[in-house]
Every structure is written in C-alpha cells, then in structure tokens.
Design a protein around this ligand. Sequence first.
Ligand code: GLT
Ligand code: MN
Ligand code: MN
Length: 390
Amino acid sequence: MTQYQPKPEHKFTFGLWTVGNPGSDPFGSAVRETISAPYIVEKLAELGAWGVNFHDNDLIPADATPEQERQIKKDFRAALDATGLVVPMATTNLFKDPIFRDGAFTSADARVRAYAIQKTMKAMDLGAEFGAETYVFWGGREGTEVDAGSRTLDAMAWFREALNFLAEYNISQGYNYKFALEPKPNEPRGDIFLPTVGAALGFIATLDHPEMVGVNPEFAHDTMAGLSFPHAIAQAIDAGKLFHVDLNDQKMGRFDQDLRFGSENYKSAFYTVKLLEDSGYQGPRHFDAHALRTEDYDGVWEFARGCMRTYLILKDKVEQYNADEEIQAALAEYFVKDEALSGLTARFSPENAQKLKDTSFDLDGIRSKGRGLEKIDQLTAEVLLGVRGK
Ligand code: GLT
Ligand code: MN
Ligand code: MN
C-alpha cells in the first residue's frame, strides 16, 4: 500500500550495523555476507529512509591504512551525495576490541580510559566530517560480572571525567554535538553501569555541561528488564532530554533481541509512537534492530521496510485514536477537572495551603467510582486490531 510508504520527511534512520548485521551470535557464525556502506546507503535510500548512522569502525575498519580510509570516505560520501541520505548520528565502538574487556571510560586501567577518550575524539571528528549532530554513548562494556575489583564508585567518577573532557572537546572543535547516553541493564556485561533512563538522567545532572547531554533510550533495553519503555521515554521527554531514540522490539526477560520494530509488543509500540508524535519529538526515528538470523538479504530489506511501515501504521492509529469521539469522551471523563482545586495546588502560598487544609472532599463519592480504564483500553485495542471505522 502506497499509504504507508516511508519518505525522508519521516526521519527514519538505520545504523550501518543494523541492516549490515551478518547474523552471527555467541553460538554461531555469520549467515550473511558482509555488505559495503555505499550499498547500504543505496538500499536504505531506495526504501525511503532519511539517514544512516555509524560507529567509527562500521565505516573505517580498525586496521584500515590511511589510503584505505581515504577511499572508504570518498565512496561513502559519493553514495550519500547520490542518494541524499544524511548522517544524523555517530558513535564509537568501545566494546569490540579486547582492550575494552573490563570497561572503556570506566576501566580500572588508566591507559584504557585514556585510549577510550582518544578513540572517541577521533570518532567525533569522523562523525562531524559527515554532518552528524547527535553523538551516542552506549557503554556496553562499562560494568561488571563480579564486583571483586570494587571499582563501582570510581567508575562513576571516571565516566563523569570522560564525558566532561569530551564535552569540552566538542566545544573547542565547534562540533555542536548533542550527546545522548544510551542505558542498558545488562549484556554484554552482567550489570552495566547507569542501567536505566532514570539512572542516566540522574547522572547527567552531575556533569559540567548537563545541557549538552540527554538520553537515547532503546525499546529492547527497558523491555529486557521488564520495565515499561513508554514510561522511560515519557520521563525523558518530560526532562527535555529525549535527544535520540532506538526503536526495535523485544520479549521480556530475554537476551537483547533487537527485533523488528512493532513485531512483538503492539501496545507498547503504539504508546511509544503516540508519545513521540504527540510530544512533537523532532529527532530521528532510529531503528537499532536487525533481521532474524534465519534470513538472507531479501529478508533484511523486508525487515527494514517493516520497521518503517509499522511505525507509519501506528502513527496512523494514533491519529485515529486522537480523533475517535468515543475514546475522547471516555478520556474526558477519566481526566477529572476541578479548576478551583488545581488553582490551589498549582503553586504553594500560605493562603493556598490554608485553603487546601480547609477544603472538604467528597471522599466516599470519589472512592466508589471506577476509573473507566477497561473501556478505554478495549477501545484502544479495537483501534489497533483494525475494527473501529475511521
Ligand atoms: C550495539 C548496541 C546498541 C547501541 C549501538 C550504539 S551498538 O548494537 O546493542 O544498543 O545502540 O553503540
Ligand atoms: Mn539492543
Ligand atoms: Mn541501541
């Protein structure tokens, strides 16, 4: 259906590491051949994506010679120019090299910490060269399996030191990046530092440049831990800190599956899209997911198309929900308004406090009335199941 055709204006992005994922896992080798960055750019543009993101080593292999690096950049640039695809986000691979086996910014080895900062500065240079505006920090190796080294408290200080250093580097180079911390509870480490959106937000407030730093929540990461992704992004939006978002899907309590967006938890995916659309989020809709290992490249492009189509279908459902008279009437009852009381509680004053103390409530009346959520939830389900007319 052309109705759900992705277009650049929808701001859909993929990482080179997502559609380029060859399907290896801890128990099995790759099932798909490696494809080049220019080819990925071409395919994503054909499918209607807006942009492509990368880790430094997705684009430039760690062992590339300067000559190879020049050629890779030239070919990548040519593919971007030919297709109009943009690079909105870049990041650093601080997890693959064995040097990061016990952390990067939070390694107990000062040499590793310094090298991680050096590698990130170079990766920031690379991202800026291609116009990236958001810089993601996913600390996959920043954590522990055993706390035997007792570095948990130092780790926070070292993480802060690294981000403060890199924020100043950002300013000194005039890159104007927004930094986005990506929380994850575990995997590959047993316990990753700053495991949730709330933990990251608390930490950001302790940095030298908190205004530069926000979060990049990922659907799978909260879902793995049994947490609500819509609640996590709502908190990020409320804090003015939703700088980027990683959309995918996941079964609760599993390893990080990075499934096609909307393939598993329809209702949470719907509320995710609703929050992004209703709040006026302007950033990229990034799919940090990959095709099932069962698939060949036909399946990979089906997967990529599916992520975008499902987003657009859910966006359509959000519009339908927002315009549905019965749902809106039920919501109007749910949100009980009382101008006089809201006026009292909006701001403290000694007068308001006294008036509030003197107020008597119809407690039994309030207690005895149900909230009507069964009806609202069923109506929502019926919108999603496609049985309510527009
Ligand atoms: C890795 C991780 C993702 C992060 C990527 C950015 S790398 O694939 O699982 O959640 O967003 O570093
Ligand atoms: Mn993930
Ligand atoms: Mn991610």
